[in-house]
Design a protein around this ligand. Sequence first.
Ligand code: GLN
Length: 531
Amino acid sequence: MAKFIFVTGGVTSSLGKGILAASLGKLLQTRGLKVTIQKFDPYINVDPGTMNPYEHGECYVTEDGAETDLDLGHYERFLGVHTSQANNVTTGKIYQEVINRERRGDYLGKTVQVIPHITDEIKRRMLLLGNSDQYDIILTEIGGTVGDIESLPFIEAIRQLKWQLPKEDYLVIHLTLVPYLASAKELKTKPTQHSVKELQSYGVNPHIIVCRTEHPLGNDRKKKIAEFCNVDYNSVIESLDAETIYDVPLNLKKEKLDEIVLEKFGYTNLPDTNLIEWNAFLQRYKFPKKEINIGLIGKYVELKDAYISIYESFIHAGAKNECKVNVIPLSSEEINKNNIQEKLAHFDGIFVAPGFGQRGIDGKILTIQYAREKNIPFFGVCLGMQVAVIEFAKNVLNLEDANSTEMKQHCKNPVIDLMQEQKTIVNMGGTMRLGAYTCHIKENTLAHQIYGATHISERHRHRYEFNSNYLQQFIDNGMVASGINPDSNLVEIMELPSHKFFIGVQFHPELKSTILQPHPLFSAFVKACLS
Ligand code: GLN
């Protein structure tokens, strides 16, 4: 039977529940436990797939094709373990399931209510990953802040689970803020006391309180929080603002969070944590020997969360190359013929981001032309690859009105076109080509050199594809389709052998880069930018 840890948040949002869960998960994992993390989000969307990145940040895609919250990316990057459809549940998913059952008549005439029907479905999902013996520990992060109306059924489900799960398999951690009042030069514990009281008023007593703080709490304050909030003295943990998110596991280790959890769960004799590799990464990351600037050309550049996995992948790849990678976001809408030199000249490499829709496409085409003609390392992902194809069609193949039918439905030369299976789709949610597909890599290509393999698997999220009717023209003019899906023949990788480093991929390598296993494409791109 797996053991369950529930993580709630108090006082404000953005305290880093996801990083706390991922960090604790990492500590427990290196002690030999099999850990997974799931997130329960209170919003009514069935998944974040239909949400604008400005609303919700990046949409993270799992191997099995779930469109999920970006926190799942942190879980995978920290733990190096895949998540799945079951790891992200929203209020929308819960209600959809309950309403479908009601329509089928499964409730046999009963009035369908939040309690018990919604909470039963929440509990079923919370326990789902524990049904196999795949995991020893299941961490569950509850999105939102305690006190929000929409997260109440989740909190109620946690309360009920206390009576359903064995005592030694059930633990609640509450993450809260201890603000520092600069004028009074004092840390204030009252918001924490109130937020724990709020949680207790719903019948949930946290076992451990983790306090985000800018300054050390000191033992007196910890004692005060413990007494006012009814937790053990050793169970008030300080989480000082860290220099990087990768320091958080080390800080929590210093506070003995893993030991306290294991003690409460009744584990004895587990090996100590092993953070040798983790520390080696941190060392390389914090003390780089070189530095480069990479332009991230996209359209959601104001919001870091919109490209979070890309930024993280560059951190992994930078550490691997012992190089500080400054990723400088630049809106493609700002780029035009007159300013392109000034905008791009200081970059050692150019990355063109994934995306949807027409906005900013012209700037991306100009950018890629610039990188191609000036022999500047170029890496395009998904839409970035598609625009590289459009640019080549326009400027090298001289195909008049070359475009993607996403941008111009009736263009003369649709070099990127809607995939056949997408043509009859009407519902937009969850219907893209999603998740892991295999790709066959051609030998003696850049892709082959980078991966060192002929069969790979990568994750996808797209509706459009390279139009293979044009493939021969591209090949004749020096572009190589170095990665092909063996089942559908869909072009997955395009590259230009005549160029220093020019590669575009239809899939999303950023979704598979982890702290201990940087993605080879990002590593190779950083290396190319260095030389
Ligand atoms: N809009 C493009 C498509 O749907 C690219 C998607 C993406 O970049 N994720 O094919």
